[in-house]
Design a binder for this molecule. Structure first.
Ligand code: GTP
Length: 405
């Protein structure tokens, strides 16, 4: 038997087929003995030449060894989780880090991978368990021992609720970093929405034509605006005309739906006729854009961005305004408190909070029912850290990984 290479050092080695002893390749080989490996198990990495024949000869040789099988998506990370190397929030962070396309997504994911979020949830879980233990002691011996229930439990739960509430209120802004800020381009037909979409995307994605009603369905593109992910949507022009066909009517319905779901609305108006559609409610997250100013003889005085999609005049100002608004809608990925950008976390935090509220209502009436609510709150925290898991949760989380991670 050959000697194992020195651990945790990459060494140049000949790689042989263990049965025929044929030399397959020269490769860098690194040996990680347990527990100091990514999975916590004995592990070898082979950095081979990437040709198809080399890779398949190595895989073929390995598959002849007992208990060897090809890895499935997320297999290594699942082992790391099972062996206690990562908690569930770190597993999710790793998936986010691999998928990160913008700087803000990367910053957020690497922070979460450091484990601070998991530690926070674990601390909350432990605090709730202590409160629950205290209640159970109180139910059994409370009156004789004269335990100070309000200070030991109720005040503590109030404090915890406030902390969780504060954390939960930030998840929407953090989720926008992860999934992208939804920006919809809206306006009457023929005002230049698709022209603006193409300018922002940087290529001719949407069809532009002089005919009103060209865009009939919604069209999405992913953008990076100043390190933040943005999902830009072009929509059908809004008009109220009895003569329009059912396809365009459906397009208009979708445009109004898109407007209601958007984080930011770019409301494009043709500067030559100034008709602002009343179907769209404007708010602090609406940017009014007066397009086609190249056709005007006199400059317009109304508030909003003056733009010409034809010449590009006004694009810099629009991008600057858009960047500021997008940044404002997202949490600062470097803010001091642990941040979660994950819808699963938001869901469990919300249900945990509901149970704590129920606890506070019930505690004066029925201590056993109140304790039950506390137990539900603990279960939600346990699902966040992965202390309680089930195959459904794990399958969803690990299926997001690629093979080899
Ligand atoms: N002069 C001038 N023409 C423009 C400008 N922006 C767009 N256009 C023209 O206006 C017409 C309509 O442009 P689109 O971008 O297709 O307008 P739209 O709002 O997407 O139209 P619908 O799909 O019908 O809703 C085209 O002929 C464009 O070339 C501009 O800034 N100046």
């Amino acid at each position: 038997m050959r000697k194992l290479p020195i651990s945790r050092k990459s060494l140049l080695r000949n790689v042989y087929n263990p049965i025929s002893n044929d030399r397959i390749d020269q490769a860098l080989v690194t040996w990680f003995p347990a527990p100091a490996s990514f999975t916590g198990e004995d592990c070898v990495e082979i950095h081979a030449h990437g040709g198809k024949a080399v890779v398949s000869a190595i895989l073929q040789s390995l598959s002849n060894l007992p208990d060897f099988r090809p890895a499935e998506a997320g297999d290594f990370t699942k082992r790391a989780f099972t062996n206690g190397k990562l908690d569930l929030t770190q597993v999710e962070a790793l998936a986010d880090l691999i998928a990160a396309e913008t700087e803000a997504q990367r910053s957020l994911a690497i922070r979460q991978l450091g484990g601070e979020l998991g530690l926070l949830y674990e601390q909350w879980r432990r605090d709730l368990i202590e409160c629950c233990a205290f209640i159970e002691a109180y139910i059994d011996f409370g009156e004789e021992e004269n335990l100070d229930f309000d200070i030991k439990v109720n005040d503590r739960i109030k404090c915890l609720s406030n902390e969780i509430k504060c954390h939960h209120s930030e998840t929407k802004n953090a989720e926008r970093i992860r999934v992208g800020v939804k920006v919809a381009i809206l306006g009457r037909p023929n005002v230049g929405k698709s022209s603006l979409f193409n300018r922002l995307v940087g290529r001719e994605r949407a069809i532009v034509s002089p005919y009103a009603g060209t865009t009939r369905d919604i069209l999405d593109a992913a953008l990076d605006i100043n390190s933040y992910a943005v999902i830009l949507t072009d929509t059908a022009g809004l008009r109220d005309d009895m003569k329009i066909d059912i396809v365009e009517q459906e397009g208009i319905k979708r445009a109004i739906q898109t407007a209601s779901e958007a984080d930011l609305k770019l409301l494009v108006v043709d500067a030559t006729d100034g008709d602002v559609p009343s179907e769209i409610k404007t708010d602090e997250n609406t940017i009014i854009i007066w397009n086609k100013v190249d056709l005007l003889k006199e400059p317009i005085v109304q508030d909003g961005i003056k733009l010409s999609c034809k010449t590009g005049n006004g694009m810099d100002e629009l991008i600057e305004t858009l960047s500021e608004k997008v940044e404002h809608l997202c949490i600062n990925p470097n803010s001091p408190n642990p941040i979660s950008s994950n819808a699963r976390h938001s869901y469990h935090c919300k249900l945990c909070l509901e149970s704590l509220e129920n606890y506070s209502k019930l505690i004066k009436q029925d201590i056993v029912l109140a304790a039950n609510e506390l137990q539900i709150a603990i279960n939600h925290m346990s699902k966040l850290t992965g202390t309680i898991t089930n195959d459904d949760i794990l399958n969803v989380i690990f299926s997001e990984f690629c093979i080899g991670k």
